[in-house]
Design a protein. Structure first.
Lengths: 298, 331
């Protein structure tokens, strides 16, 4: 009896607490997403530990069904699919993180410059952003992949060149608002230098926004890489999830046999889970970083 | 008037950037078209003598300085001449025009259907805000809108077509089939288009839904809705005449914008279903290094996206007179 009432008070207590601090902590779905992402990241990083097979060397009969030796079976050459899956996660991870960091930091710096300097610099940057926003990114990436040859490095440089835009826009509009704030005007009038202002007043305000933007960028980059690899235009030396699907679909009998249930479904599931988890996490963090978002959305 | 001119110049500038990109890329890329033309895939053995190569350079106008080449390139484009496809042995323009209708069919149907479903569900959600329908539809739509289109397409392909045999696996029409009348041709086309259109529709409905839901919620709090209710009008009439009309403004603007966005998704989805539109063509041309073809498709796709954006701008102004006044007054 006592335990029940204790549990009841505890739950009601935690509920009211949750309502009070909801804006500062992740929701339940957000925590699930984070857990999922960490699991996927951990599995990819520890790839050599979770599988004894190589993702490139033949290690069994071709087109084997899932078994103890090969948890997800093998592909048409006899390469273990579970090994391909966990090693492929590394590519998504690298592409996502590298693009997010490059585009996030670049976009953040450009956004601050545009918002803080204003004038001609701002106008030029905004025009460039307008142009890049209108350009459809997938066709451009296909064309570039066609002309420069597919490689992970080309890919993420191109993708970063395209995706700094969104971060830059958000940061710029934030800087424009901040610049008019009383305490910043005050600091300026006391003779605060540009770097002092940036370091002390702008960055702390902008950093959460930029970080949230980076999660979105990572998701987009992972999808874009998967899409290109799926078309067969990715880096052929890196077995990413998209490339596994490309190979599965290039196999003639894929539609008429059961192989797709492990060959195609596993990279599909990995990708879908990663992308949705990133989106959910991003949405959650957005609400925390910018409380107005919540009001607007709900 | 002023803002229209300003806008138009903005779009022209963007288009010029695209044209220039299209012109410069093949000229700065590593490798040489003559080397590629004269060799099999994977091999790079030059089969032309220097004299022959010079003759070809003359023929393609590649011996001229770059600025002159650029001028010639622009003039040709003005005449609708996109060059000659190396692989398909045909005018690029002719191939593009043959493939374009298939992509348009997919994209237009998907935009149409997703707008209708998105608006309906969004209105439903707004009307029952925070009650059962909204609580079910909202998270569902949010998740749906985040799944990449080609991944969704793959599920539909393998579940509905490969396992259950409800739909064909590939193509836009049955090969070698003879249709007695136009009706059977149309059903055949619709049957083949169902899955790609369904994929694109499902992906786009989420965005439309969110937009309609937000717009509808805002509109429902307005005074004129309260007035309408006070007058004793029924909920159906209020929805149709008072709220939906105003809530449609952002939705319709988005219709045009999503036309552009869907072209990108269609490129991937067409490849999932082996649908013979521009996206499929683009991948095929990349595989065989048919550069004039790739450039032609790229130009057409970007032009289409630009056009869709321009229309969205225009529709926004037309539908909401307040915007036109405000912008006109400011600039």
């Amino acid at each position: 009896m006592k335990t029940v009432s204790l549990a009841a008070t505890a739950s009601s207590d935690s509920a009211s607490k949750a309502a009070r601090i909801r804006k500062r902590y992740l929701s339940r779905s957000g925590r699930c997403a984070l857990f999922l992402l960490l699991t996927i990241a951990l599995l990819s990083i520890a790839a050599p530990l979770v599988t004894s097979h190589s993702p490139q060397i033949v290690s069994g009969p071709s087109l084997a069904s899932p078994s103890l030796a090969h948890p997800l079976g093998t592909d048409e050459l006899g390469v273990d699919l579970w090994a391909q899956l966990v090693f492929g996660g590394r590519i998504s991870l690298i592409v996502g993180i590298a693009t997010a960091i490059l585009a996030g930091i670049g976009g953040g710096i450009i956004g601050i410059i545009a918002g803080y300097r204003g004038g001609l610099t701002d106008r030029l940057i905004m025009r460039l952003i307008d142009i890049l926003l209108v350009l459809p990114d997938l066709p451009v990436m296909i064309v570039l992949a066609a002309f420069f040859g597919p490689s992970v490095v080309t890919f993420f440089v191109v993708l970063s060149a395209f995706s700094w835009v969104t971060t830059a826009r958000i940061v710029r509009s934030r800087v424009l608002v901040l610049r008019e704030r009383g305490y910043i005007k005050m600091a300026e009038s006391y003779g605060a230098g540009t770097f002092y202002l940036l370091h002390r007043h702008f960055l702390p305000e902008i950093f959460p926004l930029a970080t949230v933007g980076m999660i979105r960028l990572a998701g987009r980059a992972i999808v874009a890489e998967a899409g290109l690899s799926f078309l067969g235009l990715g880096d052929p030396t890196s077995r990413s999830w998209g490339l596994i699907m490309h190979h599965a679909l290039s196999f003639n009998g894929i539609y008429y046999t059961d192989f797709w249930k492990w060959w195609l479904l596993s990279p599909w599931l990995a990708l879908t889970l990663t992308v949705t988890a990133l989106a959910i996490l991003g949405r959650d963090l957005e609400k925390i970083a910018d409380p107005r978002m919540e009001k607007r959305q709900c | 008037m002023q803002h229209i001119v300003k806008n138009l110049s903005e779009y022209l500038l963007t288009f010029l950037v695209i044209l220039t990109l299209n012109f410069v890329l093949p000229r700065v890329m590593p490798g040489d078209p003559f080397l590629f033309l004269s060799s099999d895939i994977g091999e790079e053995i030059a089969r032309f003598t220097p004299a022959q190569e010079a003759a070809y350079r003359q023929q393609y106008g590649l011996h001229r300085p770059w600025p002159q080449q650029y001028g010639i390139y622009l003039l040709r484009l003005l005449r609708g001449d996109l060059g000659y496809s190396i692989y398909y042995n045909q005018e690029v323009m002719a191939i593009l025009l043959a493939r374009l209708p298939w992509t348009l069919l997919l994209v237009l149907s998907a935009v149409f259907l997703s707008t209708i479903f998105g608006t309906l569900l969004g209105s439903l959600s707004a009307a029952f805000r925070d009650r059962a329908p909204d609580r079910i539809i909202y998270p569902l739509m949010i998740t749906m809108s985040e799944i990449p289109p080609f991944l969704l397409g793959l599920v539909l392909l393998f579940v509905l077509a490969a396992s259950m045999h409800l739909f064909p696996l590939s193509g836009a029409m049955t090969h070698f089939a003879r249709h007695e009348n136009i009706w059977s041709t149309l059903t055949d086309i619709a049957h083949h288009a169902t899955l790609p259109v369904l994929t694109l529709t499902l992906v786009r409905t989420g965005a439309m839904y969110l937009l309609a839901r937000n717009a509808m919620t805002t509109v429902l709090t307005r005074d004129y809705i309260r007035t309408a209710r006070a007058k004793g009008l029924g909920p159906a009439r209020i929805l149709a005449r008072h709220s939906l009309r105003n809530a449609m403004i952002p939705v319709i603007t988005r219709v045009f914008l999503s036309l552009g966005g869907l072209v990108g998704s269609a490129i991937l989805v067409e490849n999932v279903f082996a649908y013979p539109g521009l996206g499929r063509l683009m991948r095929e041309s990349v595989m065989v290094h048919d550069y004039p073809m790739i450039q032609g498709i790229f130009l057409m796709v970007t032009l289409f996206v630009l056009l869709a954006n321009g229309l969205a701008d225009l529709a926004y102004r037309r539908l909401d007179p307040r915007i036109a006044e405000k912008r006109g007054g400011r600039s």
